[in-house]
Design a protein around this ligand. Structure first.
Ligand SMILES: Nc1ncnc2c1ncn2[C@@H]1O[C@H](COP(=O)(O)OP(=O)(O)OP(=O)(O)O)[C@@H](O)[C@H]1O
Ligand SMILES: N[C@@H](CCO)C(=O)O
Length: 359
């Protein structure tokens, strides 16, 4: 009898204004990866048949060595000395997260890949170790940490160059065995670069259940790499202080039982990434300058979701009305406007999951 694993990973909205590469919210929109593992012996070089169903899959590679989900899984396996999937496996992907829109599609794919490897090879990785693997592929922690653990999440990376592994005494027996296995595998295969231990650290913050995430999603993709290339190499001190002040307030403001609209609105302003990305998202300057809690009932705050182009509006009521106002700005853009869709999403407290059953 074979085994079936169903992996669900939430979409995420990173940054939330001032928290560039720091903050993430996990949202009720999912990437689902089903792995059907047959008991037979290996049948192909990687043992993977990759199938996408539904939307948000056009242009994605079905080559297991290139596809982000399976490439990540193969990397995690290689770090444990496992060259390919242990048994013939059909990987069926249903992706409801639009690609390249600032809703963490790549982070979700990476998290799914790590959970997939963990499941098919029974690696028993801890959540912390899974995060290490994710960070070797997606180098900023905001999306992957929120997708992995769920909720409103703050995260940081250790300075990998200056840190060593955590002392043996702090790791339990399973962790020590896991390290030994990985280190042996890395020694045997010099092409495998193991993640250092504990590179990412996170904290789940409070978020009022009254808050929903309105996502206005333009019908064009913006690669994160392009949006990151638009950022400057250095910042003015006052701009960094501007963000730090707001970020400190935001970490607590969203968790209050009754959210304070103007406190949150101001705390979601940013001078580190949005100003430099304005030219990539027509309509963004007008959206950020126009809507506020006084003229838009229910609105708490508004920002670019991740690297864009999606707009994230946090609100407690009037969700459809807020979305309509923001969409109208995109409609008015030159040359026929920019088509958008919108989704009113919950902020979900549960992160990625993997459920096993018999086939
Ligand atoms: N389900 C998936 N399967 C395979 N590859 C994926 C999947 N989802 C995303 N990707 C890869 O990630 C790319 C999009 O990543 P990118 O970082 O540019 O945007 P994003 O993650 O959607 O946005 P952001 O990081 O701003 O939230 C896709 O073009 C594709 O190469
Ligand atoms: N913090 C990242 C999120 C996108 O992956 C950025 O804004 O570039």
């Amino acid at each position: 009898m074979g085994t079936n694993f169903v992996i669900n990973v939430p979409a995420t909205s990173a940054n939330i204004g001032p928290g560039f590469d720091v903050m993430g919210l996990s949202l009720s929109l999912y990437l689902t990866v089903q792995a059907r593992v047959e008991p037979e012996k290996p049948s192909s070089p990687t043992n993977i048949t990759l199938v996408y169903e539904g939307q948000n899959s056009s242009g994605l590679s079905l080559d297991p060595n290139s596809n982000l989900i399976t490439r990540t899984a193969l990397y995690v396996l290689a770090c444990s000395g496992i060259k390919n999937f242990p048994h013939p496996t059909t990987v069926l992907v249903n992706n409801r997260i639009p690609l390249g829109r600032g809703l963490g599609s790549s982070g979700a794919a990476v998290v799914a890949g790590v959970l997939l490897a963990n499941a098919v090879a029974s690696l028993n990785l801890t959540q912390q170790r899974m995060l290490d693997y994710c960070l070797m592929i997606e180098h900023h922690p905001d999306n992957v940490a929120a997708a992995l653990v769920g909720g409103f999440v703050a995260s940081y990376l250790i300075d990998v160059d200056r840190s060593g592994n955590i002392p043996e005494s702090e790791a339990d027996e399973a962790e020590v065995l896991r390290r030994e296995r990985e280190q042996k595998a890395a020694a045997a295969d010099e092409t495998v670069k193991l993640p250092p231990d504990n590179i990412g650290h996170f904290l789940r913050l409070g978020c009022s259940p009254k808050i929903k995430a309105i996502t206005i999603i333009p019908q064009f993709e913006l690669a994160t790499s392009k949006a990151r290339a638009a950022l400057p190499g250095s910042y003015k001190t006052q701009d960094v202080v501007f963000n730090l002040q707001r970020l400190a307030v935001l970490t607590t403001a969203l968790g209050r039982e009754t959210p304070d609209p103007w406190l949150i609105y101001r705390a979601m302003e940013d001078k580190v990434h949005q100003p430099y990305r304005m030219h990539l998202i027509p309509g963004l300057p007008e959206i950020l300058a126009t809507f506020n809690p006084d003229n838009t009932p229910g609105l708490l705050g508004i920002c670019l979701s991740g690297a864009g182009p999606t707009i994230l509006a946090l609100a407690v009521s009037d969700f459809d009305e807020i979305a309509a106002k923001i969409r109208a700005v995109f409609d008015r853009q030159p040359n026929g406007g920019i088509a958008t869709e919108y989704k009113v999403l919950d902020i979900v407290s549960e992160g990625a999951s993997c459920v096993e059953s018999s086939l």
